[in-house]
Design a protein around this ligand. Structure first.
Ligand SMILES: [Zn+2]
Length: 385
């Protein structure tokens, strides 16, 4: 990551660059701001700048061996530390960041503006909390005691240090106070208040402020191919948080995809077309959706079923559904009524539970499709004298 790739934050970049040029690189620094403001990308660009063999006045070169390795997050002198917890793959008690480093690389490359929730999803923590434990502190001390391999410095980027438990924080204190030579520790935090004062008082603090709407808008146009109007609209709703802007964008794209899936599914089920149903089940079972994607699709389907009922039974229902979805629901809603909605809801909720428990997607969705083929044909009973 070069400084030019980091959205906005001109002042913070300038401070870091000037500090380096004047030889005032503090060995322990704390970046504070919401993840979506860009603390992590800034830390990466800073490390890359310091370590670059061919830097210009204001940025790293992006092409020297050091830059190439840092861009791949595979530089032997760059270490990462972050919160984690046991999951289905890592089950031992003394887990450290090393157990999750591949996933963290993917996370950083794909979602440098992501938040803790995004990270939890990446490593399938479900509803568990994550923390930085004392085993991790021990592991950091070991790594930073080594001599740098290639760079002038050994770098440690610790993300979300507020997740250190007291034992871990106390163990790290000495290292932050008297670091081994040529060590640069960058703590990237959201909430300074949650850190021990003994830690914050030993670091140089850099505040990362919210991004400007114009900066956000321009970034969305250039990096996400948005039209200016749409980019401005999303920027205005994002509180200067690029992570939030990107997740709104992804949510919108996903809903469009889910809407098309839902339409195809309901058509195939209503026609009881086994070939189409089968094709559809193959599609939703593709690995690109993943378990979490399939769960979100089921939640989306539930939402459309509820909207259908409201459309049928509430006059002038104030719906949040607009555009193509609304047009489709106009035709679809009459098939959802008091005589099938309970069964439909139950089928969707059961499937959600099965998918959460790792049931085989193809079987779950085929079973549901067969049930819907029947349920959509249930006629609404009318009262006859
Ligand atoms: Zn370089």
């Amino acid at each position: 990551m070069q400084f030019k790739d980091v959205c906005g934050q001109a002042k913070a970049k300038q401070k870091l660059i000037e500090g380096y040029k004047s030889g005032r690189v503090s060995h322990a620094q704390l970046f504070v701001g919401k993840n979506g403001f860009g603390g992590l990308p800034l830390a990466l660009a800073y490390v890359q700048f310091i370590s670059c063999a061919n830097k210009s006045e204001n940025d790293s070169c992006g092409t020297c061996p050091s830059c190439v390795k840092i861009q791949k997050l595979a530089h032997p002198d760059l270490h990462f530390s972050f919160p984690s917890n046991k999951n289905e793959n890592v089950t031992h008690k003394h887990y450290t960041s090393d157990d999750f480093v591949e996933e963290f690389r993917t996370f950083l490359l794909e979602k440098p503006y992501g938040n803790l929730n995004d990270w939890h999803q990446q490593i399938n923590l479900e509803n568990k909390q994550s923390l930085i434990n004392v085993d991790e502190s021990q592991s950091i001390i070991k790594k930073l005691n080594l001599k740098p391999y290639e760079s002038q410095y050994k770098f440690l980027i610790m993300w979300m240090p507020e997740r250190m438990n007291p034992e871990a924080a106390n163990k790290l204190l000495k290292l932050i106070e008297e670091p081994t030579p040529n060590t640069l520790i960058l703590l990237v935090a959201e909430d300074q208040e949650q850190l021990l004062v003994t830690i914050t008082s030993r670091t140089q603090i850099l505040t990362i402020p919210p991004l400007g709407e114009t900066e956000l808008g321009t970034y969305l146009v250039n990096q996400h191919d948005l039209e200016q109007g749409e980019a401005n609209r999303i920027a205005a709703l994002s509180d200067g948080n690029l992570g939030l802007a990107i997740s709104q964008l992804e949510k919108k794209e996903e809903e469009e995809q889910f809407f098309n899936l839902f339409k195809d599914w309901m058509r195939a089920c209503y026609k009881a077309d086994l070939v189409e149903m089968n094709r559809w089940v193959e599609e939703i079972s593709k690995s690109s959706y993943g378990r979490e994607g399939r769960k979100r699709f089921l939640e989306y389907a539930l939402k459309l079923m509820r909207e259908s009922i409201l459309k049928n039974y509430t006059e002038n229902h104030l719906s949040r559904i607009v555009g193509d979805e609304s047009e489709f629901l106009g035709k679809f809603a009459p098939f959802i009524h008091g005589d099938n909605i309970l069964a439909i809801t139950e089928v969707l909720n059961d499937a959600h539970m099965h998918i959460s428990r790792n049931a085989y997607a193809k079987i779950t969705f085929m079973d549901m499709s067969m049930k819907f083929a029947n349920l959509l044909r249930v006629k609404k009973r009318t009262f006859v004298d």
